[in-house]
Design a protein around this ligand. Structure first.
Ligand code: FES
Ligand code: FES
Length: 173
C-alpha cells in the first residue's frame, strides 16, 4: 500500500480535510480534498487500484468497498465521509497471500473475463454472505442487483458465489 501523499493546501487553494480511518486493517491518516471521492482517494492517493470506476453514478457496483462491513459505492462517497470508519477494499480480502474463498471460487468457476466488475462483485458477495450465510439463488440475485457485468452472463458468477457459500458453511460446521 502506498503512503498517502502529504499535502496541506488543496489545489484550489482551499484547506484540506484531516482524514483518519481504518483501511484494510491499518490506521490511515491523510489530508484530503474535501470534495475528493473515496474512489479517487483510494486509487490515486493510496494506490489501491483494485477498486474500479466505471459509471461513476452509482449504477454499476464496480466501485464497491466495504464500509463498516456494508457495500458502498465509493464513487458516490466523499473521502471525508470515511472519517473514523473501517474501509475494506478488494486488496484487503486475501490474507498471507491466500485468496479469500469467494476470490478462489471466482477463479475456479471462470467467473472472471475482463475482470472490471470482479472486485465489486466479490465485495457485494462478501457483504451478502456475512449477513446471510445460506442465501437462495433469488437472495443472491437481490443482494447483487447493484452490480453489472458486461461479459459473463452472470451464471458463472452465481455459481462461484454459491460454491463459496457452501465452503464457508462447511468451515463453520
Ligand atoms: S463506478 Fe460507482 S457505481 Fe459505477
Ligand atoms: S467480467 Fe467483464 S464486466 Fe464482468
Amino acid at each position: 500500500m502506498k503512503k498517502a501523499r502529504k499535502k496541506t493546501v488543496a489545489a484550489n487553494g482551499g484547506s484540506l480535510w484531516p482524514l483518519r480511518f481504518t483501511l484494510n486493517g491499518k490506521k490511515v491518516s491523510a489530508k484530503v480534498q474535501p470534495t475528493q471521492t473515496l474512489l479517487d482517494f483510494l486509487r490515486i492517493e493510496m494506490g489501491l487500484t483494485g477498486t474500479k470506476g466505471a459509471c461513476l453514478e452509482g449504477e454499476c457496483g464496480s466501485c464497491y468497498v466495504l464500509v463498516d462491513g456494508r457495500p458502498m459505492n465509493s464513487c458516490l462517497m466523499l473521502a471525508p465521509q470515511a472519517q473514523d470508519r473501517t474501509v475494506t477494499t478488494i486488496e484487503g480480502f486475501a490474507h498471507n497471500k491466500k485468496l479469500d474463498v469467494i476470490q478462489q471460487k471466482f477463479v475456479e468457476c471462470g467467473a472472471v473475463q475482463c475482470g472490471y466488475c470482479t472486485p465489486g462483485l466479490i465485495v457485494a458477495a462478501k457483504a451478502l454472505l456475512t449477513e446471510n450465510p445460506h442465501p437462495t439463488r433469488e437472495e443472491f440475485l437481490v443482494g447483487m442487483e447493484g452490480n453489472i457485468c458486461r461479459c459473463t452472463g452472470y451464471n458463472k458468477i452465481l455459481r462461484a458465489c454459491e460454491l463459496a457459500a457452501d465452503e464457508m458453511g462447511l468451515k463453520k460446521k
